[in-house]
Design a protein around this ligand. Structure first.
Ligand SMILES: [Zn+2]
Length: 323
């Protein structure tokens, strides 16, 4: 694959993905590493740099060859200093990954929250390109959201808006990674589904350990697996109905690893979201991002190229995102 490339990094709760992305939004030379958070913030931050170096080595490029560098973080990020100001995972609070990345690349590096990165991806690529009132959801282990209003992510007074994964949806709900109970993502999404499968297996139910294997079973017609995916769709739709009523988005675009199983939860999610929201709020389009697992990487690549004066990097993308 030929350059030029933007370097995009997507930090998850305990892993990192790095990739080079070309002007047609194709990903090349991807790398994924697990992160050992027990090693502390500075060691983990350096791991991100090593993941980038691994990708560059595979591509036979150096840090000077990329046109822009962006990194999506698990939580909300202050747009000025790039530090994580809110995250369900305590470890990431206050982490500055920008400094080590900027030192390695010898240039400015753009840091963005993963929810905003999802919304920015929807704003730049695909059928919702350039739309206003655009809701992006990245569903992986947790549920990360961003909302584009007047061409910019909605950030809130403390830069911590759109933590919708932690809206308390159930008064007596399950324990959440944030330390509270009944949050949306404690009941839906990849982490919640893994726990559901673990609990069911502990009770002797013949279910697989991993959501992707449950998806395989559902696709081959297993009724128990189909039912679990449908129920996941209902819970996703319940939270989505809240967001539709509050934000009245024109479109909702869903990506992330969980959305690789879009066809298995799509209809129950949309039915619930429409049935539980009011009037005009139920009219939002709800679609899946192309290659859902790449949503954060593409979003932060678009944000980085715009922030670093290369708004025209992506062919056929408006590149108009502001801060
Ligand atoms: Zn929570």
């Amino acid at each position: 694959m030929k350059g030029p490339f933007v370097m995009a990094v997507d930090v998850g709760v305990s892993n990192v993905k790095a990739a080079l992305i070309d002007r047609h939004a194709n990903l090349a030379f991807r790398e994924r590493r697990d992160l050992d958070l027990e090693q502390g913030q500075s060691v983990v931050a350096r791991e991100l740099v090593e993941a980038c170096r691994g990708v560059l080595n595979a591509a036979d490029l150096t840090t000077r060859d990329v046109k822009a560098v962006g990194c999506a973080m698990p939580g909300c990020v202050h747009p000025e200093d790039g530090v994580v100001v809110a995250s369900a995972t305590q470890f990431w609070l206050g982490v500055d990954v920008r400094a080590p990345l900027e030192a390695a690349f010898e240039r400015p590096v753009h840091i963005e929250g993963d929810g905003n990165a999802a919304a920015i991806a929807a704003y730049h690529f695909g059928p919702t390109q350039g739309q206003n009132h655009l809701l992006g959801l990245n569903i992986g282990t947790g549920i990360n959201c961003g909302f584009i209003l007047n061409g910019k992510p909605l950030r809130g007074s403390g830069q911590a808006a759109m933590e919708a994964g932690h809206m308390p949806l159930f008064a007596d709900g399950k324990d959440c990674s944030c330390g509270r109970k009944g949050c949306w993502e404690a009941h839906a999404g990849g982490g919640a589904l893994r726990r559901l499968l673990a609990d069911a297996r502990a009770q002797g139910q013949p279910l697989p350990e991993l959501p992707e294997n449950l998806a395989d079973r559902a696709r081959s017609g297993d009724s128990a697996a189909i039912k679990i995916w449908s129920q996941q769709g209902e819970i996703l739709g319940l939270g989505l109905a809240v967001l539709l009523n509050v934000l009245n988005p024109k479109s909702v675009v869903i990506g992330g690893g969980f959305a690789e199983s879009w066809s298995l939860f799509r209809s129950s999610m949309i039915k619930t979201a429409r049935g539980r929201s009011l009037g005009r709020n139920a009219e939002s389009a709800m679609i899946c991002f192309q290659e859902p697992e790449t949503m954060s990487l593409l979003g932060v690549a678009a944000a980085a190229s715009a922030a670093q004066g290369r708004a025209d990097f992506f062919v056929d993308a408006p590149g108009l995102i502001g801060r």
